[in-house]
Design a protein around this ligand. Structure first.
Ligand SMILES: [Cu+2]
Length: 152
């Protein structure tokens, strides 16, 4: 499994925030022709308490943080304002749970493609910084059990 070490862009030069966050195993589900949304998954590991407060991709109009939940027998997605990450703990964004939803993608995402992605992170004293990384487009593996997404 390829490990992607995030490249950090500091929004303010006085901020001492260092690369607390590591993105690994990032992938996006290839899309069908005409499909306007795509779900991206990854594992986020951080050495300090931070929050993911936004995301973007050059191939999507916007990227939302989503959570999938069972409501009765129906899988429902809801948008989260932020995703809190605990120091030393890995948060897995995976089918059936948290994911990043690319909205209004500009072209069909085909397997093998590499999709650029940016996360906006806020640390506990309020500093914000961006992390750029890339996401591999591939079909879900047996390990990544797909519980069936209901796209908006
Ligand atoms: Cu979603």
């Amino acid at each position: 499994m390829k490990t992607i070490y995030a490249a950090i862009t500091l929004l303010c030069m006085s901020c001492s925030a260092q690369a607390a966050l590591k993105v690994t195993n990032a992938w996006v589900k290839p899309t069908a022709p005409g499909q306007s949304v795509a779900a991206a998954y990854m594992t986020l590991t951080t050495s300090e308490d931070v929050k993911v407060i936004g995301a973007s991709s050059s191939i999507a109009r916007s990227v939302e943080i989503h959570e999938m939940n069972m409501s009765g027998n129906v899988m429902k997605m809801r948008q989260l304002e932020e995703l809190a990450l605990k120091a030393g703990k890995s948060e897995m964004l995976a089918p059936g749970g948290y994911h990043l939803m690319l909205q209004d993608i500009k072209h069909q995402i085909k397997a093998g493609e590499v999709v650029p992605m940016v996360l906006v992170i806020q640390d506990k004293i309020g500093n914000q910084y961006k992390i750029s990384f890339s996401v591999d487009a591939k079909k879900s593996t047996a390990k990544d059990v797909d519980k069936g997404m209901h796209h908006h």
